[in-house]
Design a binder for this molecule. Structure first.
Ligand SMILES: Nc1ncnc2c1ncn2[C@@H]1O[C@H](COP(=O)(O)OP(=O)(O)OP(=O)(O)O)[C@@H](O)[C@H]1O
Length: 310
C-alpha cells in the first residue's frame, strides 16, 4: 500500500508559547482506517487542523495525495473531508440544501446524482427534505459526514465521531465507516474509546503531549492483548526447571517458588492442560495459582503513564 498522507517533522507552537506538537512523523496508507488515540489535550485536533489547512504548522511538512498542504493548499484540501467534533449546521436548512452547499464551497459543479448516492449510502435519503432541526443527533452526525464527503474527497477525517453517542448508534456509525472504506475512502479517526479503535482500525497511533508514542498494526496490538500470564505458586521451590518443561519457556521467580507461564490466550490450544499434566508427572505440586492478561486499554494507559512519569 502507498501512503496518501505524509507528515514529516511536524511541530506546532501556539502564539501563547504552548507547544502542542513536537516532531510528528506519520504516514497514512491509502485505503486504511487509522485511529489516533490520545488523552485530552494530546494534540489530536491540532494535528488534524494542520493537515486540513485550518491551522498552520510551526515547522515540518505535510502532503496529502502528494500536494503540500501549505503551498498547494487548494489541491490538497480538495482531497480531504473533515467531520469536526462540534456539530454546526443551519437549523432551518434542508438536508439536501446543506449538503449541496458544502459541495459548492469547494468550487465543484453540482452533481445531484452523486449527492443522492451519498445520502442513500448514509441512510439519509428519506430525510433529504427535512430541516436540520427536525433530525435526531445521530442523523445530524450523518449529515456532517455527507457534508464532509460532498466534494468527493479521498480522505475523511472524523474527529471523535461517536463522542456522546449511544451504544447502538455507535455500532451503526462503525458499520457506515466500514462501508465508506469499501468505497475506497481512507479514514482517519480520533477517539477516546479504546473499544472503537479495537473494533475499527487497521492501524493505531497513540499520541501524548504532542508526541507520537506508537504506531502499530491493530493486529500486533491485539496479539499483545491476547497475551496471558499464568502464575503458579509451588509447594516446594525448584532449583532448576526440568527439561521436560522446556517447551513452555517458564520463568522461575522468587528463588524457584513461583513459575510464570506466558502464552497467547487465543492460540494456546491445550497447552495449559499439557503443562499441568507434565508438572504432575514430574511430581511438582501447586499450592496456588492465578492468571492475568494485558488489554489494549492497559497497554494504552501504561504507555501514557510512562510518559507522564518521565
Ligand atoms: N489556539 C490555541 N492556543 C493555545 N493553545 C492551544 C490552542 N488550541 C489548542 N491548544 C492547546 O494545545 C493542546 C492540544 O490541544 P488539542 O485540541 O489538539 O488536543 P486533543 O488531543 O484534540 O484533545 P481532546 O481530546 O480534548 O479534543 C492542549 O493543551 C490545548 O490547550
Amino acid at each position: 500500500m502507498s501512503h496518501i498522507i505524509k507528515v514529516s517533522g511536524l511541530g506546532k507552537t501556539y502564539k501563547s508559547g504552548f507547544t502542542a506538537l513536537r516532531d510528528v512523523n506519520l504516514d497514512i496508507q491509502k485505503g486504511e482506517i487509522f485511529a489516533l488515540l490520545g488523552p485530552n489535550g494530546a494534540g489530536k485536533t491540532t494535528l488534524i487542523s494542520i493537515i486540513c489547512g485550518i491551522s498552520s504548522p510551526t515547522s515540518g511538512q505535510v502532503t496529502a495525495h502528494g500536494f503540500d498542504i501549505v503551498k498547494d493548499y487548494r489541491l490538497a484540501r480538495s482531497k480531504i473531508g473533515l467531520v469536526p467534533q462540534e456539530l454546526s449546521t443551519d437549523a432551518f436548512e434542508s438536508v439536501w440544501a446543506t449538503v449541496n452547499f458544502s459541495r459548492g464551497l469547494f468550487g465543484k459543479a453540482p452533481n445531484p446524482e452523486y449527492i443522492e448516492q451519498l445520502l442513500r449510502q448514509l441512510s439519509l435519503w428519506d430525510k433529504k427534505n427535512a430541516q436540520m432541526r427536525e433530525l435526531s443527533g445521530g442523523m445530524k452526525r450523518r449529515v456532517m459526514i455527507a457534508k464532509a464527503l460532498s466534494h468527493e474527497p479521498e480522505i475523511l477525517f472524523l474527529d471523535e465521531p461517536t463522542a456522546g453517542v449511544d451504544v447502538e448508534l455507535r455500532r451503526d456509525m462503525w458499520e457506515m465507516v466500514r462501508g465508506l472504506r469499501e468505497h475506497g475512502v481512507t479514514i482517519i479517526l480520533t477517539t477516546h474509546y479504546i473499544e472503537e479503535a479495537e473494533e475499527m482500525a487497521d492501524r493505531i497511533g497513540v499520541i501524548r503531549q504532542g508526541e507520537i508514542l506508537l504506531v502499530e498494526e491493530k493486529q500486533a496490538l491485539m496479539d499483545k492483548l491476547g497475551s496471558k500470564q499464568l502464575n503458579l505458586h509451588l509447594t516446594s521451590p525448584l532449583t532448576e526447571i526440568p527439561a521436560a518443561l522446556a517447551e513452555f519457556n517458564l520463568q522461575s521467580e522468587l528463588e524457584g517458588s513461583f513459575l510464570r507461564y506466558s502464552y497467547d490466550s487465543r492460540q494456546n490450544g491445550d497447552s495449559v492442560a499439557r503443562l499441568f499434566r507434565i508438572l504432575s508427572e514430574q511430581g511438582i505440586g501447586i499450592r496456588d495459582l492465578n492468571s492475568s492478561e494485558s488489554s489494549l486499554e492497559e497497554i494504552f494507559v501504561s504507555l501514557v503513564h510512562e510518559e507522564t512519569a518521565k
